[in-house]
Design a protein around this ligand. Structure first.
Ligand SMILES: Nc1ncnc2c1ncn2[C@@H]1O[C@H](COP(=O)(O)OP(=O)(O)OP(=O)(O)O)[C@@H](O)[C@H]1O
Ligand SMILES: [Mg+2]
Length: 227
């Protein structure tokens, strides 16, 4: 689905990613400590920053020169780190912003309200008054309204209460079951490895380790992350 090969990228003269290749798979986890380059890699995947070297291919097409909205039109969706929403708009209005102009817009919203009962319950509440976990669910729901083939999630469980963490993890498994590919950034390796077909560990912008997911991978990933 998404192929990121031998990527070099950064901000201005600061190079952050050094020859990073990400394995492909249904659910792919990107692991690594703070500042390892995880968000930078996702920003590159969706087209917010451009690589100085390397290949970015989606569904067999070289998308390196495409803008983010063109990548979304091809079936990529991105949920940035930090539970972002329009705080002054209601839950429903946040969803309508994405659904407006889409055929089946209402059905797409209804499908997400059914997926996330908390959003249905708080449909008329301002997003700024939702809990962090509910705002994260709202951000995922908004992304899903674009009917992506690939959902890119940046630390979706960071700083969120445990009950909603479990719900979000359940959602990720559910999406994989529905045939949606997921590129998942996580610092907490337990669930990420359980969910992932393949993983990559970044350390200071380099690939420290890659491998197949599953809990058997946990000890070697812990070792790689201790570097
Ligand atoms: N806009 C920017 N301009 C310059 N440098 C940046 C910018 N954003 C990030 N960096 C630097 O790039 C490096 C990687 O940052 P990045 O946000 O990709 O890490 P991360 O793995 O997502 O970290 P975290 O786990 O804290 O979210 C860091 O050294 C950071 O300081
Ligand atoms: Mg980050």
């Amino acid at each position: 689905m998404l192929e990121l090969t031998d990527i070099e990228a950064g901000y201005g003269r600061t190079q952050v990613l050094h020859g990073v290749t990400v394995p492909t798979g249904k659910v792919v986890a990107v692991l690594g400590h703070n500042g390892a380059g995880k968000t930078t890699l996702l920003r590159l995947a969706i087209g917010l920053i451009k690589p100085s070297r390397g290949r970015v291919v989606f569904d067999g097409e070289n998308i390196a020169s495409l803008a983010p909205h063109q990548r979304v039109a091809r079936g990529m969706a991105y949920v940035p780190q930090g539970q972002q929403a329009f705080g002054q708009l209601t839950t429903m209005e946040n969803l309508q912003l994405v659904a407006d102009g889409r055929r089946r817009g209402k059905a797409l919203i209804d499908a997400q309200l059914a997926r996330f009962p908390a959003l249905e319950k708080f449909a008329t509440r301002k997003a700024g008054l939702l809990s962090g976990g509910q705002r994260q669910q709202l951000a995922i729901a908004r992304a899903l309204i674009t009917e992506p083939k690939l959902l890119i999630l940046d630390e979706p469980t960071e700083g969120i209460q445990p009950t909603i963490v479990a719900e979000i993890e359940h959602t990720i498994m559910q999406l994989a079951g529905e045939g949606i590919h997921v590129l998942l950034v996580e610092q907490h390796i337990g669930f990420a490895l359980e969910a992932a077909e393949h993983y990559v560990v970044l350390a200071s912008g380099f690939v420290a380790q890659t491998g197949e997911g599953g809990s058997a991978a946990t000890p070697s990933v812990r070792a790689a992350m201790a570097i």
